[in-house]
Design a protein around this ligand. Sequence first.
Ligand code: ATP
Ligand code: MG
Length: 300
Amino acid sequence: MSVNKHGKSSSNSDSLDIQAKLNKLIQENTSLKETNKSLQNQVEQIKKEQIIYLQNVSHQLVAPLNAMKWHIENLTAGRLHSIERIRKVLRSIYSQATISVHLAKNFALMSNLEADQTLAAQREPIEQVKLQRLMVNLADDFQPLGWDKNVHIAVIDDPLEEAPPVLAIKNLISQVFSNIIENAVKYSKPETEVKIYGQYNPDNDTVLVCISDKGIPLPSNEEIERIFSRGYRSKDAQNIYPAGTGFGMYIAKKIVDIHEGSITAYTDQEGCSVFQVTLSVKGLKGKAVQREPKDSANRR
Ligand SMILES: Nc1ncnc2c1ncn2[C@@H]1O[C@H](COP(=O)(O)OP(=O)(O)OP(=O)(O)O)[C@@H](O)[C@H]1O
Ligand SMILES: [Mg+2]
């Protein structure tokens, strides 16, 4: 017990003081425990998402790799007896290899885009991209995907050919159109045509590119935005390709957004699914440092 200068005992006020401090500590401890629990829950959630993501990646990559393995086994074992058959199998290997490359690029891009969503943060140069040329090259890449169903990709050059180049990160923009064209072919009915067309709009200095196909229906107008959310897949899409991830359009939208462009989808009067991308010709000028392309080889 202590005595103050007036000779009175201070034990009562001291113990009240200690009690108040103790209460505060107990409160702080409870709130720390709650924060800790919520952080643990977040970590668990992230772990779960990572597992799902990796399962999707491996599932998606294993399918085309297995198909190629199976085709190569048939070829080397001499099980294919006609030139026509051999040609068909080689075409299929090419098509599966295109899909694998495309998938691998998508998965790497996705983690990059998730981490930082600004144009300047992407470690790739902004350059002038002639969209008509890009479309012709992508159409060639994806043509084999339609062979089995007899679906042909047609690039309608005029008036897209006249359009000026747009400023964009070429690899990323190429990924946007790869994803749209791949879907168009995958979800087309047999014996139909995927059409790619576009034009320059001088009013707002943009280039528009449309990819249309006749196949499974798009969601209704009210639900259409769902196709750009991560993981969305319609019932029809799941029936045709059970192994899809629903990442393609989500990635495409993210890339178009960082380019300050727009991407929309609608069903036209003939019942075709149309994906429309608009990119600015000069809009990105000065938005990020323009660097020389790192890798000038293998560019087209
Ligand atoms: N051309 C199209 N016609 C009709 N529906 C489409 C078309 N393109 C996309 N969709 C719808 O949008 C969904 C999302 O497409 P997205 O490309 O993101 O994923 P996915 O094609 O299902 O899977 P992944 O691209 O990973 O193989 C599709 O599952 C389908 O329901
Ligand atoms: Mg897709």
